[in-house]
Design a protein around this ligand. Structure first.
Ligand code: IPD
Ligand code: CA
Length: 300
């Protein structure tokens, strides 16, 4: 796909949003890249030999470290300086209101458990969206996922394609579900995990294999570059998927939910058609987006 700049004047935006006229998605992509890479350098250079848990969030196994907080604080300061009229939604801080119609969606470390243990799959995720601050309804404009350990940097701009370190990305077109390598992940709540285990038992015999790498943002970018064929996960928070879902979509993936819904906390599924449609059906058959213990979207 040929990268091209696009602008979103107010009259072409979904919903009734008061957006700065003529905001250029390539400019937003460049800013997302700069923010994520700078934050990634902070994570890389500041990782102590032994990382401590600073606090826990939704439950005892859902950790936050000092680095999560420090990196998000820095991202917020940079955005306030560069884009003072934009809103901010971040994993580790209070929502900041804006007047531009744009919201920056931040995950300072996606894959915090990997960061804690020194497993190499964790990333900084920065995206900017227009419209309602809800992944099922927003319009993602630009995003960047920066993998901290290997330095790989995936970016996307709406209508401008996805790339990793300058190389345009295209998803795989697997020949069948049975030949597909599938990424997924699990939430932190025991009730959710028990249900996710049941769904996985239904899916696993029908695919090539599964990978649980521990960062939804990286999973979606690996899908974009063809290192995974398909991906699904229930319970993602907006910051887990904001940048990665745009990277996947701009690389040609269908990204959505079950039963005609958009991607979001209830379910996020990604991959190339037509095989992704088979996965959606399989998940619907397993009632993967159905009732479970805790309220949706309250984790992490
Ligand atoms: C988590 C990761 C993980 C996914 C969880 C997320 P965090 O984010 O993306 O891969 O399975 O659902 O909560 O807690 O490391 O920022
Ligand atoms: Ca996350």
């Amino acid at each position: 796909m040929e990268p091209r700049a696009e602008s979103y004047p107010t009259d072409r935006l979904p919903g009734d949003v008061d957006l700065d006229v003529g905001v250029d998605v390539e400019t937003l992509r460049a800013l997302a890249r700069s923010l994520a890479c700078e934050a990634g350098e902070q994570v890389r250079s500041g990782r102590p030999e032994r990382v401590e848990v600073a606090a826990t969030k939704s439950n005892d196994v859902d950790p936050v470290t000092d680095m999560d907080r420090a990196v998000e604080a820095r991202l917020r300061r940079r955005i306030a300086a560069e884009r003072p009229n934009d809103a901010i939604l971040g994993e580790e801080g209070d929502d900041v209101a804006g007047t531009s119609g744009l919201t920056w969606v931040l995950d300072p470390i996606d894959g915090t458990v990997n960061y804690l243990y020194g497993v190499a799959s964790y990333a900084v995720s920065v995206a900017v969206v227009a419209g309602p601050v809800d992944p099922e309804r927003w319009t993602a404009l630009a995003g960047c996922v920066h993998s901290v350990v290997d330095g790989h940097t995936w970016t996307a701009a709406r209508g401008g394609g996805a790339e990793r370190d300058g190389r345009p990305l295209r998803v795989n077109r697997p020949e069948s579900l049975a030949r597909s390598l599938l990424g997924t992940g699990f939430g932190y709540a025991p009730e959710r995990r028990a249900r996710q285990g049941e769904v996985l038992a239904h899916v696993l015999p029908r695919v090539r294999d599964i990978r649980r790498l521990g960062s939804a943002a990286i999973d979606l970018c690996l899908l974009a570059e063809g290192a995974l064929d398909l991906y699904y996960e229930r319970g993602l928070n907006p910051w887990d998927l904001a940048a990665g879902a745009l990277v996947a979509a701009e690389a040609g993936a269908w990204v959505g939910g079950l039963r005609g819904r958009g991607p979001g906390s209830a379910m996020t599924v990604a991959g190339a058609t037509p095989v992704v449609t088979e996965l959606v059906r399989l998940l619907e058959d397993a009632d993967a987006g159905g009732a479970e213990g805790p309220a949706e979207g309250t984790e992490g």
